[in-house]
Design a protein around this ligand. Structure first.
Ligand code: MN
Length: 419
């Protein structure tokens, strides 16, 4: 299967953005930086998600310029001018026609034209929009360009505005083709998990599990993990962002795996916790049942109108109830807790949910009102450091009147994950 987004999708996204932008605005989308690892070796490149969302252009050093006046909406893209040397070292770069075909933008220029075009469309009343908070945009570019403006505009004050609220608003609600891509990412992630269910036994190292997951991803056309996979056995279950993945998986311990494929720039985010031997102890089974119960209850609440903040509150009460049943808390602990230090926090120290999309921790805030088409994680957990294990379960949920669990095909019942 090879599903990609075509230019109609990107054209539509820009149309939606133009509707939100005021007249006499210039929006600039900067590319992600190329991050150096050392000397002339770079980390694998991934385009800034906003720039991709509005153009489909994955190539480095690409800039998008959107100009809205009372009478017209003009779109420009600026790309690398390919030369012989690039062809030898890094291979093919977009031609003008290719960039047009991918993005649907008619005015494609080489980068050297950027300043000239900007000067042509800029006037002292222009509002200049760009992302002010993305940490993966091209800061070097931006600084260079902003310095050039300042120089050419002398003492004029440029009126900057933040593009992030607009791109967030649009990216939050997914179109059908985006959900389809996310479903593919999730399905491949789920299949990788099923491989691990067959593969895992005591004596295997965490990195061997990671290797199996990566093998399955690459074999299925996935370009990258959506984030560094967490493959945590035994007491590492309780390290929330564990990613060293070097330990031995031991008999009697649990393996917590939090991982997800990125398929065509869209992320999956899955967590499963399974017994390394294939069998839970009674205590492990008790705690697993508690977390699964909370997940099942909470995933029905991803309905329009709700917020992550509200979901967290509801989830915390459910977890608290389970902690009482598991004899981890007493009524007195809860009664005596300080407002800013609730007792449950000892065993459940993170939030229930975040938005997922082009980024695994996608745009969106705790108070963003949920609307149909938004996708979020649902990931309750109970971590008991003193007993040497923790359990987290995570599925990806599509907001609807009857919320849709996009991970519903991935084994989670005790009978399906035990031998
Ligand atoms: Mn997550």
């Amino acid at each position: 299967m090879n599903l990609t987004l075509n230019k109609d999708f990107f054209i539509r996204n820009r149309k939606k953005l133009f509707l939100l932008l005021p007249n006499n605005s210039i929006s600039i989308l900067f590319p992600a930086e190329e991050f150096s690892r050392n000397a002339d070796t770079l980390y694998k490149y991934r385009q800034n998600s906003d720039l991709f969302y509005f153009s489909g252009l994955k190539q480095e050093k690409t800039i998008i310029l959107l100009h809205k006046t009372e009478n017209q909406e003009q779109e420009y893209a600026f790309i690398i001018e390919p030369n012989e040397k690039m062809l030898i070292w890094t291979g093919h770069k977009y031609s003008i026609d290719e960039a047009k075909d991918i993005s649907g933008i008619k005015n494609i220029f080489y980068l050297t034209e950027f300043e000239k075009v900007f000067q042509e469309i800029y006037n002292p009343d222009s509002l200049v929009y760009y992302s002010m908070s993305s940490n993966v945009r091209g800061l070097i570019y931006e600084n260079k360009i902003v310095a050039a403006w300042k120089e050419s505009l002398k003492n004029e004050e440029i009126q900057y505005r933040d593009l992030d609220t607009f791109s967030m608003q649009l990216r939050l609600q997914k179109e059908k083709e985006e959900i389809d891509l996310m479903q593919i990412a999730i399905d491949i992630t789920g299949e990788a998990f099923e491989q691990i269910l067959k593969f895992l036994s005591p004596g295997i190292y965490e990195y061997e599990v990671e290797a199996e997951i990566s093998r399955w991803f690459i074999k299925n056309g996935v370009e990258a993990h959506a984030y560094s996979p967490i493959i945590a056995s035994g007491k590492n279950n309780c390290v929330l962002h564990y990613e060293t993945n070097r330990n031995l998986c031991k008999n009697g311990d649990l393996l917590l795996m939090d991982f997800g494929a990125e398929y065509n720039y869209y992320a999956a985010d899955l967590t499963r916790t399974i017994p390394i031997s294939g069998k839970f102890s009674n205590r492990q089974k008790q705690v697993y049942s508690s977390v699964l119960k909370v997940l099942k209850e909470m995933k029905t609440k991803f309905v329009p109108g709700n917020t992550i903040r509200e979901l967290n509150k509801e989830c915390e009460l459910l977890i608290q109830e389970e902690l009482l049943k598991l004899d981890l808390l007493t009524e007195a602990d809860i009664k005596n807790q300080e407002d800013d230090k609730p007792a449950f926090k000892k065993y459940f120290m993170h939030g229930l949910s975040h938005f997922i999309g082009l980024d695994v921790h996608d745009v969106g805030k705790k108070d963003t009102v949920l609307l149909p088409g938004m996708v979020l994680s649902c990931e309750p957990g109970i971590y008991i450091a003193e007993e040497g294990f923790g359990i987290r379960l995570e599925n990806d949920i599509l907001v609807a009147e009857n919320p849709i669990d996009l991970c519903s095909n991935i084994p989670i019942e005790i009978s399906d994950i035990c031998k």
